[in-house]
Ligand binder design. Sequence first.
Ligand SMILES: Cc1ncc(COP(=O)(O)O)c(C=O)c1O
Length: 372
Amino acid sequence: MKIDAARIVFGDDDRAEILRRVDASLRTGALTLGPNTLELEAGFATRHDSPFAVATSSGTSALEIIFRALGVEGKEVVVPANTFFATAAAVVHAGGRVRLADVDPETLALDPASLEAALTPETVGVVHVHIGGLVSPAVPAIAELCRARGVWLVEDAAHAHGSSFEGRPAGTFGVAGAFSLYPTKVITSGEGGVIVTADERLRDEAVVHRDQGKAGFLGGDHVRMGAAWRMSEPNAAIGVVHLGRLDGFIARRSAIAARYRCGLEPVGGIRALPLPPGCVSNFYKFVALLDPGADRDRFKQALRDRGVNASGEVYAKPLHAQPIFADLPHGPLPHCDDVCARHVCLPVHSDMTDEEAAYVVSSVQEVLADHG
Ligand SMILES: Cc1ncc(COP(=O)(O)O)c(C=O)c1O
């Protein structure tokens, strides 16, 4: 059996519906900021219990727009050391400075104690990243800490479509959340992103920033340092159709994750990250920790030899180990260094079969039995 690292799922009906929508865009000439974008925004806002949603060209531009709207120029923003390049790069592109904090080894996401230690008088905001689609149970405490210290909280929800903690969806804990609709995410628009917020001013700023900083779509002065951060209608058409599949995809991914969790429990040498009470994860990733000192490359190669391709880590190399970010200020980051070095992500697909999941589990069992 061969299991790819990711599988992007568009069934026959969904492809037909996307083609119908793209055909209508081509016939009418409504190719950007049109009815599909509005429908995506309305559906995304509803699904995430958020008053407003603004579709953008990518998750990265969604983040940069939020940081520009909040005004980070010359100011410091605390970012977890374990995240994707774009989280920190968006702060820098918006004119801010990044300070790194450590993560909780049970969630791979920002650790409240490390965050508290990282806050300085220069800090204006904090970014929390819902790693792998899990909304950490620490997020309410982090939001409270931010409130108490007078700094804003932004959620990088690039991984977390439809995820929640105690019924509260990703994107609603801070002033705004930025989602990615990149192809490998749980749902995609090809390329794209979405900002959700309950702050009407922020929504209005986002709308202006994404269209070249123009005061209005049909003309007007350029009043902000925006860019071409619009979502095209063909992209929005793909996104609308995939949004309709989100709950079904999460259900299937959760079933696979439950099989993995159960299958790995008796196996030595590997431990699945827990799913804490109150958490609904979309299982963008299924994260497990190998024992300290384990050779991850050898483990993954042995899985590949059996046809199983593990998906990319979140993340193998933390930001402070990236050459471009080597000079970012930070305190001790022991948990980040540890979990980045030894976690693995087993493949999860939105249409994965139980047989495929069983094959992944038996392959992991074999590899760990062979290699110890
Ligand atoms: C944590 C995180 N933030 C931001 C992004 C950027 O999203 P995009 O690729 O849509 O620009 C990604 C995407 O991979 C991500 O994983």
